[in-house]
Design a binder for this molecule. Structure first.
Ligand SMILES: CC(=O)SCCNC(=O)CCNC(=O)[C@H](O)C(C)(C)COP(=O)(O)OP(=O)(O)OC[C@H]1O[C@@H](n2cnc3c(N)ncnc32)[C@H](O)[C@@H]1OP(=O)(O)O
Ligand SMILES: CC(=O)C(=O)O
Length: 540
């Protein structure tokens, strides 16, 4: 451990992250993400490549004010046959509103020969001139040494001369890039050590790609060998398989290796939030299993684990979840024992004596239901309802008399083939009997709409309720179309709260109804409380 050493964090989410297939940042996304990175305490925020596309032009024309971070533009060395000052790319970079420029240049002789197709000496001039111009016009230049590790393996002398050209021209940081992502940690470590004999580690950075799933390990290897800047992205976005994931690297550097960064202990507690904010912006479901920040990163499922975690969380946790803004979760499933249930009860605010006989009954019920196909691991709202029903706490906010769903496929007036669904539902709501009919683009949509139509006049709390995800899984695939299905529904109340419910049946509409019933009941229970616990059966 090298206590007290400072590592500089360089985020390229808005540049290399924008090279991820399926990612398309707007200017507003870039502004919001840059602000989050700045608040977190990142040293360099690379905003993109001014001159490459209208989004980056607009972003650099009016960049957000950052309090701590150095706002950085990315670009490439000048084109052959032009002076740096007359190169359109460099002119764009020098006029961009930014505090520093990170310039990519070739260091692998193979690339100079094939991609640039110029004499190798000329590439050294490209690097030298371009860095010198940036230093002169913008103050700070960084050099991203593209394909450095492959280049060093092929021709160490030439690769080193490329680095020295940039360093001697005034680059503040020489960043060694594993552009194709194929280098392994032991190679990275020995090559960085070799480079550090010629260029001080306090000027060396590392930029890795995840093509062998070693981007984080490679970054750590470079730091061990002396590099003091690490480039990466939030959630490991990036070209092909992604870049080194800063969200994993940051806590590892700070909590395990004892390095200082620009992030304080308070800033580190924002990490889970920052990671999820990025997913939210990209409309992606967060990776549950993401190290440190995923929902499952501190989720305990096995009965033995939970029993020990209850005694001391350190027994099955490598760091305290709150240090990275995450939280501990106790999962209830057929792997559970009494400890899981007691811990979950505490989490959801159910007070019950540890010796209460009903706990054993509930453990048996959960295991039996999981055997039938219910999955409470991932459907926390259905679990809470099951538990509270077992304790007689959940009123019947409504009771189903019957429903019928009809699907019709026909030609419409414009001679287009359409499929429509119609649902009729009869419910008892309080003392009233209600019947509604609704159409939908599918049977579940029609059923959902009919249910809300019946319930909304009595329960305005359902106004913002929305289904945000619907998943069907076949549990008995060998049964073909007679298979048992499990439906998981994720809902939101429109105020940022989300919950998941589950339904199981051989009939997919029936399974969907069960999950919808739980979703609505959960929302009403949260909004209205326990009500009268006079009808607490699990009948639907
Ligand atoms: C490893 C990395 O991730 S580097 C970053 C990669 N990111 C991107 O490419 C995203 C943004 N890029 C773009 O929008 C476009 O590629 C632009 C605007 C930069 C350039 O577009 P174009 O001028 O149409 O060129 P194009 O992309 O087709 O080809 C790249 C050219 O740059 C040259 N080039 C590549 N690297 C360098 C370099 N370091 N220095 C000088 N020239 C270079 C190539 O040889 C090629 O030249 P050629 O057209 O004479 O064959
Ligand atoms: C610069 C860069 O993104 C790379 O070499 O991978």
């Amino acid at each position: 451990m090298t206590m007290g050493d400072r590592i500089y964090l360089f985020d390229t989410t808005l540049r290399d992250g924008a090279q991820t297939q399926g990612v398309d940042f707007s200017v507003a996304d870039k502004v919001a993400i840059a602000r989050e990175l700045d608040l977190l305490g990142i040293d360099y925020v690379e905003g993109g490549w001014p001159g490459a596309n209208p989004t980056d032009d607009a972003f650099f024309a009016d960049p957000p004010e950052l309090r701590n971070a150095t706002f950085t533009a990315f670009g490439m060395t000048r084109r052959p046959g032009r002076s740096a000052a007359n190169d359109p790319g460099l002119v764009g970079l020098t006029s961009a509103k930014c505090d520093a420029v990170c310039m990519v240049g070739k260091t692998w002789d193979f690339h100079v020969d094939v991609a640039l197709n110029i004499p190798r000496e000329e590439n050294l001039e490209l690097i030298r001139d371009s860095i010198a111009l940036i230093v002169e016009r913008k103050g700070e230049a960084l050099f991203d040494a593209e394909h450095f590790f492959d280049g060093f393996k092929a021709n160490p002398d030439y690769a080193m001369r490329c680095l020295l050209a940039a360093y001697e021209a005034g680059a503040r940081w020489i960043v060694l890039c594993d552009t194709n992502g194929g280098t392994l940690p032991d190679e990275v470590e020995s090559i960085v050590r070799a480079v550090a004999e010629r260029i001080p580690g306090t000027s060396l950075g590392i930029h890795t790609h995840n093509d062998t799933d070693n981007a984080v390990a490679n970054s750590l290897a470079a730091i061990r060998a002396g590099a003091r800047m690490v480039q990466g992205t939030l959630n490991g976005l990036g070209e092909r398989c992604g870049n080194a994931n800063l969200v994993s690297l940051i806590p590892t550097l700070m909590l395990k290796m004892g390095y200082e960064t620009g992030i304080t202990a308070d800033g580190l507690r924002r990490l889970s939030h920052v990671s999820r904010t990025l997913d939210e912006r990209l409309n992606r479901a967060p990776n549950r299993h993401a190290p440190y920040v995923g929902e499952s990163a501190f989720a305990h499922k096995g009965g033995l684990h939970v029993s020990a975690v209850e005694k001391d969380p350190a027994s099955y946790e490598h760091v305290e979840p709150s240090t990275v803004g995450n939280r501990r979760t106790i999962v209830v499933s057929d792997q559970a024992g009494r400890s899981n249930l007691l811990a979950r009860f505490r989490e959801i605010g159910i007070e019950i004596d540890a010796k209460d006989e009903r706990i054993n009954t509930l453990v048996d019920l959960v295991k039996r239901r999981e055997y039938d196909g219910y999955a409470y691991d991932g459907a926390e709202a259905s679990f809470e309802l099951l538990a509270r029903r077992g304790l007689g706490e959940v009123p019947d906010f409504f009771r189903l008399q019957s429903f019928r769903v009809i699907d019709e496929r026909r030609w419409n007036a414009r001679n287009e083939l359409i499929t429509l669904s119609e649902a009729t539902i009869k419910l008892d709501v309080g003392t009233q009997s209600v019947m509604t009919v609704a159409e939908g683009n599918g049977p579940v949509n029609a059923l959902d709409t009919a249910l809300r139509k019946a319930l909304l006049p009595v329960y305005p709390a359902l106004e913002g309720l929305r289904l945000v995800d619907y998943k069907v899984r076949i549990l008995t695939p060998n049964d073909g179309t007679k298979a048992v299905t499990r439906v998981m529904i994720e809902s939101t109340d429109g105020y940022g709260n989300r919950w998941t419910t589950v339904g199981v049946s051989a009939n997919v509409i029936d399974a969907s109804y069960n999950a919808l019933h739980d979703s609505i009941t959960y929302r009403l229970f949260r909004a209205l409380g326990t009500g009268t616990p006079d009808a607490s059966s699990d009948d639907r």
